[in-house]
Design a protein around this ligand. Structure first.
Ligand code: SF4
Ligand code: SF4
Length: 145
Protein backbone atom coordinates (compact mmCIF):
# COMPACT_ATOMS: atom_id res chain seq x y z
CA UNK A 1 0.00 0.00 0.00
CA UNK A 2 1.32 3.50 -0.81
CA UNK A 3 1.93 5.99 1.97
CA UNK A 4 -0.30 9.00 2.47
CA UNK A 5 1.00 11.98 0.52
CA UNK A 6 -0.95 14.31 2.81
CA UNK A 7 -2.50 14.21 6.24
CA UNK A 8 -3.58 17.46 7.90
CA UNK A 9 -1.71 18.27 11.15
CA UNK A 10 -4.20 20.99 12.11
CA UNK A 11 -1.52 23.70 12.42
CA UNK A 12 -3.82 26.36 10.93
CA UNK A 13 -1.22 27.88 8.58
CA UNK A 14 -3.45 27.55 5.53
CA UNK A 15 -6.21 29.58 7.24
CA UNK A 16 -3.85 32.51 7.77
CA UNK A 17 -3.45 35.39 5.33
CA UNK A 18 -5.63 37.77 3.46
CA UNK A 19 -7.66 37.27 0.35
CA UNK A 20 -6.87 33.68 -0.52
CA UNK A 21 -10.31 32.19 -0.07
CA UNK A 22 -12.30 32.72 -3.25
CA UNK A 23 -16.00 31.97 -2.94
CA UNK A 24 -17.85 30.48 -5.89
CA UNK A 25 -21.65 30.59 -6.03
CA UNK A 26 -21.76 27.02 -4.81
CA UNK A 27 -19.50 27.98 -1.89
CA UNK A 28 -21.72 30.93 -1.01
CA UNK A 29 -24.88 28.80 -0.96
CA UNK A 30 -23.27 26.03 1.10
CA UNK A 31 -21.72 28.37 3.68
CA UNK A 32 -24.88 30.48 3.98
CA UNK A 33 -26.93 27.31 4.57
CA UNK A 34 -24.41 26.14 7.17
CA UNK A 35 -24.64 29.48 8.99
CA UNK A 36 -28.41 29.55 8.53
CA UNK A 37 -28.36 32.98 6.89
CA UNK A 38 -29.18 34.20 3.38
CA UNK A 39 -26.57 34.37 0.63
CA UNK A 40 -27.04 38.15 0.58
CA UNK A 41 -26.26 38.38 4.29
CA UNK A 42 -23.22 36.15 3.88
CA UNK A 43 -21.90 38.24 1.03
CA UNK A 44 -22.47 41.51 2.89
CA UNK A 45 -21.05 40.48 6.25
CA UNK A 46 -18.27 38.05 5.48
CA UNK A 47 -16.91 38.67 1.98
CA UNK A 48 -15.19 41.35 -0.05
CA UNK A 49 -14.76 41.63 -3.79
CA UNK A 50 -11.32 41.67 -5.38
CA UNK A 51 -10.49 41.23 -9.02
CA UNK A 52 -14.11 40.36 -9.81
CA UNK A 53 -14.23 37.47 -7.34
CA UNK A 54 -15.61 37.27 -3.81
CA UNK A 55 -13.17 36.47 -1.00
CA UNK A 56 -13.82 35.57 2.63
CA UNK A 57 -12.72 38.32 4.99
CA UNK A 58 -9.98 37.91 7.58
CA UNK A 59 -10.15 38.81 11.27
CA UNK A 60 -7.83 41.23 13.11
CA UNK A 61 -5.48 38.34 13.90
CA UNK A 62 -4.83 37.81 10.17
CA UNK A 63 -6.65 34.48 10.12
CA UNK A 64 -9.76 33.72 8.12
CA UNK A 65 -12.75 35.22 9.93
CA UNK A 66 -14.07 31.73 10.60
CA UNK A 67 -10.87 30.28 12.05
CA UNK A 68 -11.38 29.44 15.73
CA UNK A 69 -8.66 26.97 16.79
CA UNK A 70 -9.50 25.12 13.58
CA UNK A 71 -12.13 25.75 10.94
CA UNK A 72 -15.25 27.05 12.68
CA UNK A 73 -17.42 26.24 9.66
CA UNK A 74 -15.87 22.93 8.60
CA UNK A 75 -18.96 21.29 6.99
CA UNK A 76 -19.67 24.55 5.12
CA UNK A 77 -16.13 25.50 4.14
CA UNK A 78 -15.44 26.55 0.53
CA UNK A 79 -14.06 24.28 -2.19
CA UNK A 80 -10.65 25.92 -2.10
CA UNK A 81 -10.25 24.98 1.57
CA UNK A 82 -11.30 21.42 0.73
CA UNK A 83 -8.77 21.22 -2.09
CA UNK A 84 -5.63 22.42 -0.26
CA UNK A 85 -2.80 21.33 -0.66
CA UNK A 86 -3.77 19.79 -3.98
CA UNK A 87 -3.73 23.12 -5.82
CA UNK A 88 -2.92 23.17 -9.51
CA UNK A 89 0.52 24.76 -8.98
CA UNK A 90 1.55 22.09 -6.51
CA UNK A 91 0.43 19.34 -8.86
CA UNK A 92 2.13 20.62 -12.01
CA UNK A 93 5.34 21.88 -10.40
CA UNK A 94 7.54 19.72 -8.18
CA UNK A 95 9.38 22.81 -6.86
CA UNK A 96 6.09 24.24 -5.55
CA UNK A 97 5.37 20.94 -3.86
CA UNK A 98 8.79 21.12 -2.18
CA UNK A 99 8.23 24.71 -1.11
CA UNK A 100 4.84 24.11 0.50
CA UNK A 101 6.37 21.50 2.80
CA UNK A 102 7.76 24.33 4.94
CA UNK A 103 4.34 25.86 5.22
CA UNK A 104 2.13 22.77 5.43
CA UNK A 105 3.46 20.02 7.72
CA UNK A 106 0.70 17.73 6.46
CA UNK A 107 2.48 17.23 3.13
CA UNK A 108 4.60 14.11 3.42
CA UNK A 109 7.99 14.53 1.65
CA UNK A 110 8.61 10.79 1.85
CA UNK A 111 5.69 10.08 -0.47
CA UNK A 112 7.34 11.96 -3.34
CA UNK A 113 5.79 14.36 -5.81
CA UNK A 114 4.51 11.68 -8.20
CA UNK A 115 2.49 10.06 -5.45
CA UNK A 116 1.26 13.47 -4.26
CA UNK A 117 -0.05 14.15 -7.78
CA UNK A 118 -1.67 10.73 -8.07
CA UNK A 119 -3.42 10.91 -4.71
CA UNK A 120 -4.28 14.59 -5.18
CA UNK A 121 -5.95 14.08 -8.56
CA UNK A 122 -7.91 11.15 -7.21
CA UNK A 123 -9.03 13.18 -4.19
CA UNK A 124 -10.06 16.16 -6.33
CA UNK A 125 -12.06 13.89 -8.64
CA UNK A 126 -13.72 12.03 -5.76
CA UNK A 127 -14.67 15.29 -4.03
CA UNK A 128 -15.78 17.01 -7.26
CA UNK A 129 -13.27 19.81 -6.80
CA UNK A 130 -11.89 20.11 -10.34
CA UNK A 131 -12.99 23.28 -12.13
CA UNK A 132 -12.70 24.42 -15.74
CA UNK A 133 -13.92 28.03 -15.79
CA UNK A 134 -11.33 30.55 -14.53
CA UNK A 135 -13.90 33.36 -14.58
CA UNK A 136 -16.03 31.79 -11.88
CA UNK A 137 -13.62 29.57 -9.96
CA UNK A 138 -10.38 29.90 -8.01
CA UNK A 139 -7.37 29.57 -10.32
CA UNK A 140 -5.89 26.96 -8.00
CA UNK A 141 -8.70 24.54 -8.90
CA UNK A 142 -8.60 24.96 -12.68
CA UNK A 143 -7.69 21.69 -14.39
CA UNK A 144 -6.73 20.71 -17.95
CA UNK A 145 -7.67 17.06 -17.41
S1 SF4 B 1 -1.22 24.04 6.64
FE1 SF4 B 1 -1.47 21.85 6.15
S2 SF4 B 1 -1.26 20.76 8.09
FE2 SF4 B 1 -1.60 22.93 8.57
S3 SF4 B 1 -3.86 23.06 8.86
FE3 SF4 B 1 -3.39 23.56 6.72
S4 SF4 B 1 -3.63 21.61 5.60
FE4 SF4 B 1 -3.43 21.12 7.78
S1 SF4 C 1 -13.26 28.59 5.85
FE1 SF4 C 1 -12.33 27.27 7.41
S2 SF4 C 1 -10.79 26.08 6.32
FE2 SF4 C 1 -11.31 27.82 5.03
S3 SF4 C 1 -9.79 29.40 5.52
FE3 SF4 C 1 -11.60 29.75 6.79
S4 SF4 C 1 -11.19 28.70 8.73
FE4 SF4 C 1 -9.76 27.89 7.18
Amino acid sequence: MSINAFECRMCGHCCHGEGGIVMTEKDQKRLAAHLDISVDELVEKYTEERGGKLHLITGDDGFCFFFKEGCGVHPGRPDICRAWPFFRGNLVDEMSWEMIQEYCPGVNPKAGHKEFVKQGKQYLRDEDLLRYDPDSSPNALISDD
